[in-house]
Ligand binder design. Structure first.
Ligand SMILES: C[S@@+](CC[C@H](N)C(=O)[O-])C[C@H]1O[C@@H](n2cnc3c(N)ncnc32)[C@H](O)[C@@H]1O
Length: 340
């Protein structure tokens, strides 16, 4: 059952914590001064935790249980495209029963459950957000997949796991939250067994991003502020960081570039919804949600500050659509690397 709007903030954050948490989150981005980037990096843990405390219910309401994009094929449902994108990682990493695999930044476990079911491998969901992990555990138990899942509450920059303890690792639109790519990949390298692989879908700016173009810069900033991101980098910086920590890079490719002439990846945020779930994420649906929340907030049915959270998410969604139309950003820069 998809959650109702009135379910938002029923399970996680305390009612009176929503507005102060939103203000505290926005303060990190409050200016464009040189120290802003440094602050995002040093405070990344608090930043992402506040963000996911605030947005998780909205993501489940408007998007589903897998918090990512996917290359879309014509005549394919959104849910099917997400599952195909998730299974692609399992296939590339050759996951199979008996393997122990880390999912960095596992969200509420949508991809983890799909990949565990598809491959039979045991997936360890790593996440620093307690509320998401609580949801992930509940949903995994409900799906009858707890025998193939473990959850680890820790920072993926410093995992609570021994050296060389995983047969594979993957990350879906999560390591973009890392304060440094090198620090993040170095930690993945540490926990992988020799000869084993890491695969990820990274957020990246493309070659079409022009740092001298004010519109491009605003879109980048809106993506970062609306998505709790310290700094979106270029593909070559991802490749360089992987090599720098010792990985052998097997493949790196922007899947937006290689996708056929199907549906654009940002379409679920843009329009033409064909289902209720599709309507909720579309522009019209997001405006309707904001209007409804305003009323629910005035009636004190949802906590004060809820509307502001949707405004942040809408800002991010608008920037996603604009970045996709201009071709200056990709949410699916695919990398596959082996620890020698
Ligand atoms: C956009 S969501 C993607 C979630 C999941 N991979 C999916 O596709 O459904 C990013 C995830 O990364 C997690 N995350 C961000 N920074 C983290 C960190 N430093 N350590 C562990 N998890 C982190 C967030 O809590 C969130 O679950």
């Amino acid at each position: 059952m998809p959650p109702k709007l009135t379910d938002i903030f029923r399970r996680g954050l305390r009612r009176d914590a929503v507005a102060p948490t939103t203000r505290s989150y926005e303060r990190v981005y409050s200016n464009d001064a040189a120290d802003s980037l440094e602050r995002r990096k040093t405070e990344y843990r608090r930043l992402t935790n506040h963000y996911y405390d605030l947005v998780t219910d909205f993501y489940e309401f408007g998007w589903g249980k897998s918090f990512h994009f996917a290359p879309r094929e014509a005549n394919e449902s959104f849910a099917a495209s997400l599952a195909r994108h998730e299974r692609r990682l399992a296939q590339r990493l050759e996951l199979r029963p008996g393997m122990r695999v880390a999912d960095l930044g596992c969200g509420v476990g949508g991809p983890l459950r799909e990949i565990a079911r598809f491959s039979g491998a045991t997936i360890v969901g790593v996440n620093n957000n307690a509320y998401q992990l609580e949801r992930a555990r509940t949903l995994t138990e409900e799906a009858g997949l707890d025998h193939l899942a473990e959850f680890l509450e820790c920072d993926f920059m410093r995992m609570d796991a021994p050296d060389a303890s995983f047969d594979a690792a993957y990350a879906i639109e999560a390591t973009v939250h890392a304060p440094t790519k090198v620090g993040c990949y170095d930690e993945v390298f540490r926990v992988l067994k020799p000869g084993k692989c890491f695969a990820a879908y990274e957020y990246c700016l493309t070659d079409r991003f022009d740092p001298d173009n004010a519109r491009h810069r605003k879109i980048k900033r809106d993506l970062e502020v609306g998505g709790a991101l310290p700094n979106i980098v270029r593909p070559h910086q991802v490749d360089d960081a992987l090599r720098q920590v010792g990985f052998e890079l097997l493949e790196s490719v922007d899947l937006v570039e290689t996708a056929g002439p199907g549906i654009p990846w940002y379409q679920p945020l843009a329009g033409s919804p064909t289902s209720l779930a599709g309507f909720r994420s579309s522009r019209a649906g997001r405006l309707a949600t904001r209007g409804a929340l305003r009323i629910l907030e005035a009636l004190r049915i949802v906590p004060g500050g809820s509307t502001r959270v949707t405004e942040l998410l809408n800002m991010c969604a608008t920037a996603m659509v604009a970045s996709g139309r201009l071709g200056i950003f990709t949410p699916m820069y695919f990398v596959h690397a082996r620890k020698p």
